[in-house]
Design a protein around this ligand. Structure first.
Ligand code: NAD
Length: 413
């Protein structure tokens, strides 16, 4: 779908993998892309294949993002940006132990993965309009330490924290981090060839039982660069097949089923709370193919009964769906001042147990393509707030988020 006015997104690391897929996704939707990468030849090849909306031709900039002077030069003659996607990154396939790495090797990885996103932001900071989206591509490696990859995990943990704090400092913008799991890109192929990554083992730690396609991460980046991402301001979104929530010792079963096309339209059933604001806001679509349920019933559960209510909701969903569908639950935000889980320690335990049930169900359901996620909302949210959350609900529930499972998303609603 082409958007009405031409918007501009800057994408770093656009010549390959996730960045290249993102360039295709934004361009297809009518955005102008400012494509930045070290690999000029690959950028030229890419730009020749991208659709162009109107007369706003895409822009190619060759730059080594480990070099502050080359980052600063990006601002010269650049258009006003609506979104920045800091995606360029490198891993370390040298297999050299951390304490034996030479300082230059260590510093180069940190310069690209952690310092470059900050420098790109600083370069454009003054010219950014309120509401500009900043999306930093971090990694599941920033949430759990991956050894023998140099400073990769530390750099990504730093990028997540940097994004969260920038969201507070520049509250006029919308800043998020994306934490991909294993994605079949050139970076991952390099690790596989170097013997640093065993694809079977990666899949064995992923409840959905497969690696992602770059296009699935591009869908997440495209979502995070638009209005629907506002409730997630300051959050890190893990699109990782459930690998960040998996704590089992047995190998996850490989996917028993292929994902459906990412643009498959959504058929959304709504199991509502007593007020029925969620069904009113969702207006279930007809004649579509990817089956999803939005279940708000846990919002009505008495204090201490959320775990039981969520279990009932999950059993209801599982009795209706055997494969390839998603359940999205709305949970009361435990940070809301009126939430019993804030002061009642039993209710706090029940609330946390319910969130972990979401993750545990994701691990059990993954191989058959059944997904489950939760979105935390204020119990006081009215119909206007419900409506503001619908783009997020549709993204989480829909086919374009088929690698998203086991997550409980905190929102500002
Ligand atoms: P990729 O290697 O396929 O692409 C990275 C791009 O960055 C390349 O086009 C490369 O030329 C560019 N680049 C490298 N060094 C650069 C430099 N100094 N200056 C400018 N550009 C440079 O990688 P990918 O798998 O698409 O990863 C993209 C992002 O996603 C990275 O930040 C990566 O850490 C992150 N990520 C990837 C995975 C995965 O499984 N592939 C998982 C988690 C996070």
């Amino acid at each position: 779908m082409i958007e009405a006015t031409t918007k501009t997104v800057l994408i770093t690391g656009a010549a390959s993998g996730i960045g290249r897929a993102a360039a295709h996704r934004f361009a297809l939707a009518g955005w102008r892309c400012m494509l930045v990468d070290l690999n000029g030849a690959a950028l030229e090849g890419l730009v020749a294949r991208l659709p162009v909306a109107g007369d706003a031709a895409h822009i190619v900039r060759v730059a080594d993002l480990t070099r502050p002077d080359q980052i600063a030069a990006l601002a010269m003659g650049a258009p006003v940006l609506d979104a920045i996607v800091n995606n360029a990154g490198m891993s370390d396939s040298s297999n050299v132990p951390l304490v034996e790495q030479d300082a230059a090797q260590f510093a180069r990885l940190v310069a690209l993965n952690l310092d470059a996103p900050a420098r790109v932001f600083a370069t454009f900071a003054r010219s950014l309009r309120p509401g500009t989206r900043i999306v930093n591509v971090a990694s599941g490696a920033g949430l759990h330490a991956i050894p023998w990859r140099g400073a990769y995990s530390p750099s990504k943990a730093g990028l997540i924290a940097q994004s969260q704090t920038l969201a507070q400092v520049r509250s006029d913008l919308c800043v998020t981090a994306l934490c991909p799991g294993f994605v079949r890109t050139e970076l991952v192929e390099t690790l596989i060839e170097a013997g640093r990554l065993d694809p079977a083992r990666a899949v064995a730690k992923t409840p959905l039982g497969r690696m992602a396609n770059p296009a699935e991460l591009a869908e997440a980046l495209y979502f995070l660069a638009r209005d629907g991402a506002v409730p997630l301001n300051g959050q890190a979104l893990s699109v990782d097949g459930g690998s960040s929530v998996y704590g089992g010792s047995a190998a996850c079963a490989p996917a028993a089923i292929e994902p459906v096309p990412l643009d498959t339209s959504l058929e959304l059933d709504v199991v509502d709370d007593a007020v029925r604001r969620w069904a009113n806001a969702a207006r279930a679509q007809e004649g579509a193919a990817y089956r999803s349920t939005l279940d708000a019933s846990v919002l009505d559960a008495a204090p201490g009964q959320r775990l039981a209510a969520l279990h009932t909701a999950a059993a209801r969903f599982a009795s209706e769906h055997r494969r390839q569908a998603s359940l999205t639950l709305l949970l009361p935000s435990p940070s809301a001042s009126t939430d019993p889980a804030k002061t009642d320690w039993r209710a706090a335990g029940d609330s946390a147990a319910a969130r972990m049930l979401v993750s545990t169900l994701a691990c059990e359901w993954g191989a058959s393509g059944l997904r489950i996620n939760a979105i935390e909302v204020s119990p006081q949210a009215g119909e206007a707030e419900a409506a503001s959350l619908m783009p997020l609900v549709h993204f989480v529930a829909g086919a374009s988020a088929q690698f998203l499972t086991g997550q409980t998303l905190r929102t500002a609603v």
